[in-house]
Design a protein around this ligand. Structure first.
Ligand code: GDP
Ligand code: MG
Length: 177
């Protein structure tokens, strides 16, 4: 008799990186709890949140890490990246400066992570149509040049949030299985 169901365990560590206030914590809050914080401060950051995702009938667990606001001081440490197999590198489409920082975040990811990390470039706050400073074409072109997946999201209106995380998890699953 089987007393326990046999399960294949997949646990993928995924990190959220990008400048302060681009919406990293809210992307995670929207994805994991379907919540949004209009005036969030860095204090809502949790260390990580584990989310079950169904891939081709298999249950995969994504352990998604969020910063506690330390990116403001450029002090995201190597421990944050250790063991990561996926990354969402996030900018704010309404603040060009956050898009200009992407290269630095990609460098840091490459420096501190111990393997090839499946990475998606995420242009968040797509709902801010009138305030947009970075076009979709610019985002796409940077992603292509760097060999990254690309998506635009809104944690506010939920668009593409699940797809952003699922893209990364699916690709990791495909590589590892
Ligand atoms: P983090 O510092 O990258 O974790 O950013 P937060 O998640 O704390 O978000 C910073 C601010 O941007 C907060 O006031 C959020 O309410 C706001 N915000 C986050 N995502 C979105 C979004 O998709 N659209 C809009 N309009 N605001 C957002
Ligand atoms: Mg945060």
């Amino acid at each position: 008799f089987y007393t326990e169901e046999q399960t294949e365990d997949y646990l993928f560590k995924i990190v959220l990186i990008g400048d302060s206030a681009v919406g990293k914590s809210n992307l995670l809050a929207r994805f994991a709890r379907d919540e949004f914080y209009p005036n969030s401060k860095s204090t809502i950051g949790v260390e990580f949140q584990t989310q079950k995702i169904d891939i081709k009938g298999k249950e995969v667990k994504a352990q998604i890490w969020d910063t506690a606001g330390q990116e403001r001081f450029r002090a995201v440490t190597s421990a944050y990246y250790r063991g990561a197999v996926g990354a969402l590198v996030v900018y704010d489409v309404s603040r060009r400066q956050t898009f200009d920082s992407i290269g630095r975040w990609l460098n840091e990811l490459q420096t501190y992570s111990d393997m090839n990390v499946v990475t998606i470039l995420v242009g968040n706050k797509s709902d801010l149509k009138d305030a947009r400073e970075v076009t979709t074409a610019e985002g796409k072109s940077l992603a292509e040049a760097q060999g990254l997946f690309f998506i635009e999201t809104s944690a506010l209106d939920s668009s593409n949030v699940a797809a952003a995380f699922q893209t990364v998890v699916k690709e990791i699953y495909n590589i590892l299985s």
